[in-house]
Design a protein around this ligand. Structure first.
Ligand SMILES: *[C@@H]1O[C@H](CO)[C@@H](O)[C@H](O)[C@H]1NC(C)=O
Ligand SMILES: *[C@@H]1O[C@H](CO)[C@@H](O)[C@H](O)[C@H]1NC(C)=O
Ligand SMILES: *[C@@H]1O[C@H](CO)[C@@H](O)[C@H](O)[C@H]1NC(C)=O
Ligand SMILES: *[C@@H]1O[C@H](CO)[C@@H](O)[C@H](O)[C@H]1NC(C)=O
Ligand SMILES: *[C@@H]1O[C@H](CO)[C@@H](O)[C@H](O)[C@H]1NC(C)=O
Ligand SMILES: *[C@@H]1O[C@H](CO)[C@@H](O)[C@H](O)[C@H]1NC(C)=O
Ligand SMILES: *[C@@H]1O[C@H](CO)[C@@H](O)[C@H](O)[C@H]1NC(C)=O
Ligand SMILES: *[C@@H]1O[C@H](CO)[C@@H](O)[C@H](O)[C@H]1NC(C)=O
Ligand SMILES: *[C@@H]1O[C@H](CO)[C@@H](O)[C@H](O)[C@H]1NC(C)=O
Ligand SMILES: *[C@@H]1O[C@H](CO)[C@@H](O)[C@H](O)[C@H]1NC(C)=O
Ligand SMILES: *[C@@H]1O[C@H](CO)[C@@H](O)[C@H](O)[C@H]1NC(C)=O
Ligand SMILES: *[C@@H]1O[C@H](CO)[C@@H](O)[C@H](O)[C@H]1NC(C)=O
Length: 410
């Protein structure tokens, strides 16, 4: 099988080129959607294959590979309207379908939510399948591309899920095509950037890719939330996010200059939400306990990763930054909030007051105990106590057994 690799040509030359291409390369999928004025509104050309694992009637697992997607149809693909965004729908083989949605922001558009369905009723593709039915897998991808740029990725992109692995390569796609002309300005995926060494710097937006700046300390930002009574939450902190994805840890410093914040204040809870080009949201939820103290109870995060996927995690059972109501919590030293095994936040120069802010100013601070060794004492006492409890429990059990044995001999 010969596969032609032709780079995209600008403008009107495109269509004729594509027809030739479509005839020669059986593997490439290609779609040129027109709007009602017969102007191109969405263009896509790409290759993909799938590896599906399924359970057989004798409780073993088999894998099948779906590649060389000839004879695909594109029913349901649309340029979208005021209510719905554009989408590509592809049908191929016996009951396979593949969908991707697009959305538009002010100066960017996103490739979102890839889903793939397969039908195990087809017993030539899925011999001995235990469960017959249509299965759908969703991938919450989110590639952000400047408006009027075409996304290109010649390198292989892999999406993985429990039962299905998808590979994509030679991808060219542009939604929201302006004036019927497919753009010549390419927005490269990260893998292509490193191989071509011709970085394309989008002018309209900071690159959504996370540029790791691991060693440096993050800049300290000041955040606040207002309600009708004025400022109700104050936070000053440098934030460094550390996420582990596919066993690789990446560390991202939050730049307060390019980070937006909002939030809300209630009597028992308060929320501070940050977002930026690569952080969909980072929520800090504070709560009151015992009517006299506050603490950081919950962190929710969702981030756009370099490879186009979205990393999300949450924990609503935290207990950090604990201080009396009416005061603020302060910690100048680096401190770590461990949200999950895969996500932690390192804080620098931290000061927060989520409740009872008076005239927009911090109240007296309760400092963290990281600086002195007093924190060790409760740990030692605690360890000693739990040791004692274990001894008591063992003694009790032994005692119980003895008396039980005693009854038996009676
Ligand atoms: C799927 O495509 C990728 C990328 O071209 C290739 O490396 C892989 O071998 C293909 N898998 C199968 C089973 O054909
Ligand atoms: C495509 O359709 C033609 C005729 O309809 C058929 O002969 C051919 O096998 C099909 N190819 C694939 C890959 O399904
Ligand atoms: C796609 O639409 C065409 C014409 O509208 C129809 O003939 C064909 O059966 C449809 N294919 C699928 C898979 O629905
Ligand atoms: C993508 O999926 C998420 C969650 O299912 C949903 O909230 C969002 O609206 C979807 N986006 C599109 C463009 O369909
Ligand atoms: C894609 O958008 C359509 C509406 O246009 C929606 O019905 C569908 O659920 C979306 N798909 C995903 C995977 O979010
Ligand atoms: C596949 O299913 C059809 C009916 O759905 C049946 O007639 C045929 O024997 C099956 N083939 C195999 C190999 O199980
Ligand atoms: C589309 O056409 C309008 C008017 O002809 C023009 O102002 C605009 O710059 C064009 N946009 C692009 C991306 O070519
Ligand atoms: C504003 O302050 C008044 C008086 O302290 C209080 O009763 C009211 O609940 C406050 N409103 C909000 C939204 O916090
Ligand atoms: C909150 O209100 C204060 C005045 O009370 C104002 O200076 C500040 O800009 C406001 N902050 C936000 C985020 O709206
Ligand atoms: C990031 O997290 C990993 C795994 O938890 C850890 O090994 C690494 O030291 C952390 N890096 C920073 C800078 O916190
Ligand atoms: C943020 O803005 C300040 C003042 O404009 C500047 O000094 C600082 O270098 C900027 N920080 C970053 C990380 O861009
Ligand atoms: C933060 O989110 C708001 C609302 O969703 C959006 O308007 C704003 O552009 C985002 N900020 C950044 C820096 O991306």
């Amino acid at each position: 099988m010969v596969c032609f690799r032709l780079s995209l040509m600008p403008g009107s030359g495109l269509v004729s080129l594509c027809l030739v291409l479509g005839a020669v390369s059986a593997y490439a999928l290609e779609l040129n959607l027109m709007n009602s004025e017969k102007a191109t509104c969405l263009y896509a050309k790409w290759q993909m294959n799938f590896t599906i694992r399924y359970e057989t009637t004798n409780n073993k697992y088999k894998t099948v590979t779906i590649s060389g997607l000839g004879n695909a149809t594109y029913n349901g693909s649309t340029c979208g309207d005021d209510q719905n965004g554009p989408k590509i729908e592809v049908q191929f083989g016996s009951g396979f379908s593949w969908t991707v949605n697009f959305t538009k922001e002010v100066s960017t558009y996103s490739i979102e939510n890839i889903s793939f369905s397969y039908d195990t009723h087809d017993n030539t593709t899925f011999p001995d399948a235990k469960e017959k039915g249509v299965f759908t897998v969703h991938y919450p991808v989110a590639f952000r591309i400047p408006l009027d740029d075409i996304f290109r990725c010649n390198a292989i992109l892999t999406l993985q899920e429990n039962m299905v692995v998808q590979h994509y390569w030679d991808v060219h796609v542009q939604a929201y095509v302006q004036n019927g002309t497919v753009s010549t300005k390419e927005f490269l995926c990260d893998k292509d950037k490193t191989t071509t060494m011709v970085p394309i710097v989008p002018t309209s937006l900071p690159s959504p890719t996370t540029t790791p700046t691991p060693k440096e300390k993050p800049e300290i930002g000041s955040y606040s939330v207002n309600n009708s009574n004025g400022t109700c939450l104050l936070a000053t902190m440098g934030l460094q996010l550390n996420m582990t994805h596919d066993k690789v840890a990446s560390v991202v410093n939050i730049n307060p200059n390019t980070t937006d914040f909002t939030g809300s204040c209630h009597s028992q809870t308060a929320l501070l939400r940050l977002n930026s080009s690569n952080i969909k949201y980072l929520d800090f939820v504070f709560a009151v306990k015992n009517e006299n103290r506050f603490y950081l109870k919950e962190v929710n995060v969702s981030m756009y990763l370099d490879n186009g996927s979205v990393f999300s995690t949450a924990n609503n059972n935290l207990s950090y930054w604990d201080a009396p109501l009416g005061s603020s919590y302060m910690c100048n030293k680096e401190q770590t909030v461990s949200v999950s095994g895969a996500f932690q936040i390192n804080t620098f120069g931290l000061r927060v007051q989520p409740f009872s802010v008076i005239e927009g100013k911090y109240s007296t601070a309760q400092e963290c105990s990281l600086d002195d060794d007093t924190i060790l004492i409760p740990i030692i006492v605690g360890a000693g106590l739990s040791g004692l409890i274990i001894v008591i429990v063992i003694a009790y059990l032994i005692g119980r057994r003895k008396s039980y044995a005693g009854y038996q001999t009676l």
